[in-house]
Design a protein around this ligand. Sequence first.
Ligand code: C2E
Ligand code: CA
Ligand code: CA
Length: 722
Amino acid sequence: MTLSQSLPQPALIVDNNEHKQAERELKKALEFAEGIIAAIPDVLFEVDQDGRYLQVWTRNPELLAQQKEMLLGKTVSDVLAPDQAAIAMEALREAGKEGVAYGRCICISLPNGETRWFELSVAKRPSADSTTTLLALSRDITERKQAEEAINSVRMQLLSVLQTMPDMVWVKNMDGVYLLCNHAFEQLTGKTESEVVGKTDFDLFAPERAKYFRVTDEEAIETGGMLVGEEWVVSEENGQSVLLETRKVPVMDAGGDIVGVLGVARDVTELNVSRQKIHQMAFYDPLTSLPNRSLFNDRLRQMITSAGSRGQRAGVMLIDIDHFKAVNDTMGHPVGDDLLCQAAARLNASVRDFDTVARLGGDEFAILLPDISQGDDLGRIAHSILDKFRERFLLDGQEVFISCSVGIALYPNDSADANDLVKYADSAMYLAKRSGRNGFRFYSKDLTASAEERMRLESDLRRAIERGELELHYQPKVLLDSGVMVGCEALLRWRHPEMGMIPPVRFIPVAEDTGLIVELGQWVLREACQTATELNADSRSPHKVAINLSVKQFQSAGLVKSIADILDETGCRAEWVEIEITESLLLDQKDETLQALSELRSMGFSIAIDDFGTGYSALNYLARFPIDTLKIDRSFINSTDRRNEELVKAILSIARCLGQNVVAEGVETAEQAAFLAANGCGSAQGFLYSKAVPKADIIALWLRSPAGGPNANERLCETIPS
Ligand code: C2E
Ligand code: CA
Ligand code: CA
């Protein structure tokens, strides 16, 4: 049925022009209305106030709940599910009252089994008579509804993700008004979502913080990108300080316009702790907590850069604890560690606040001293370090004297290069050590020369043995009361092809540092044993050859065995040899060292302590280990200091008590010899009698001496008072 058929027809057709005109216009209007209905995909119903279907127009009959013919005469409640019918009736009632009713949605099951959604727009149909009918336009909105539902479910999922996220999340609009916040936000701020949404930071937080939030929001909006920052806040949940890493990004609408700011904040407190731990591990020494070598190097470069730009001077100091190894070996590593910590504290206490004390490794420390006004400043600081070390250290309940050696290099005077400065301070420190320790030295150009010389000696020394450049000389040892020779000391000489005769003080330390001393020592032992065999061949009394052995030789494996082999090889007897060791060897409490020493002694070698009195002053080793001979260092003999005479007397009385022989070294004058003899010193060596001489000479001397060769009757030295 068309609309014109369904509408009431005019009752009378009056045959005049006016009527005809009216009729034409009515027809036009009806056709127009029909056109509209044909154009829209919706269904149009006319119903009465009880919801009874009076008319139905549609070009999509499949959208009807029942066929049109079946619908007419039934009510909405007959056709629709009760809840949907109720919604439809509500719309009809509202339109009846208000004239129109829009926007209600109902859901209808269609005959083909589909369920579809319709939106109702209802209007009261204007009519001349009193019967009121309603026109209801029902629009299929199923697709829109489905899309909405999909969006809604995604939204719900997102919201629940937001709520369970450990990170704080919030969104604010352009005016800084909160639009949403999640559970983590609520927990940290102690404010619920309902308290937050609709408010600005100024309503929620202290003005300072609110201002900061606002400024960072604006920054994120301005830059249009992500803004990352960190800040400490106090958690309202547990009162603890929390480090937050906050990211802010602008929020855009569909058109790409910025409409607000999204914030996400993560608790990075623990991460920060581990970051700090890693930093601590990478840049600090775990024992002393001082900066380590790599942080030292960093700071050294910074110091040089800043001193350079300000035209300032700066210092680098290297500090090495004297005889640290002895403490470590005798008292144990935990005590050694304790000493390092105490030393670190004293170093820190000796320098200015802005200086850096670092531990470079082992017992080696370094100090960076920026802004040095005069070289003197460095000397003063070095003095104060030495002073601090002069106070006794308490180690494992014992009071111990510890000293250190300090080397100093100055920027830019010595060098402007970081590596050079460290190298130079190191050479200066080395010099301080060589000059008797417990002191400080400034770097000088000569030191580089000596470092270079060391390197040259090192490489030349490797070839010295095979090239036959080494010689062994022998210094006679005589009885003080008679001047009769009783033995000698083997002393190494190096005849360098270009540098001439090099004294052992210059190359023995190099040999010890490089480990070459083991090979050299082996050569010395063989040579000296060979000489001892020759000296004793026809002798009336035994001639003892003293041989110097380095600590390093004892630390190398197989010393005893190789000495035994040398005895076999050379036909030398152990009682013809005295082994000279230094005090530090006895402080080395390693079992192997003492074991080797005991074995040598039981093989028949006698043992002498060389340079007695100059080393680590711990006399208890004398009681622990049987020593045959003490050699008083020549610094005590060749001295004008009266106190040294007293020390010599004291050493002599110790030796007497322990039944030990004493050899005075470096006797140069008759007065010295007389003093020693008067105080009961048994024998002596020194230039007064003879310097060290080549093998042929010592043999000749021995053969001429009263104790020596069968025909000897000459005294070695007539000057000795008897
Ligand atoms: P040392 O064992 O204390 O040797 C004594 C040093 O004093 C020798 O120096 C000797 O020439 C020197 N001397 C002797 N009498 C006098 C004197 O009256 N006045 C003065 N001013 N000096 C005197 P040298 O030969 O230069 O040896 C120096 C050091 O080198 C030795 O000191 C020893 O520690 C070491 N050395 C020498 N040869 C060897 C060796 O074969 N092996 C090892 N491990 N060290 C050696
Ligand atoms: Ca010696
Ligand atoms: Ca000596």
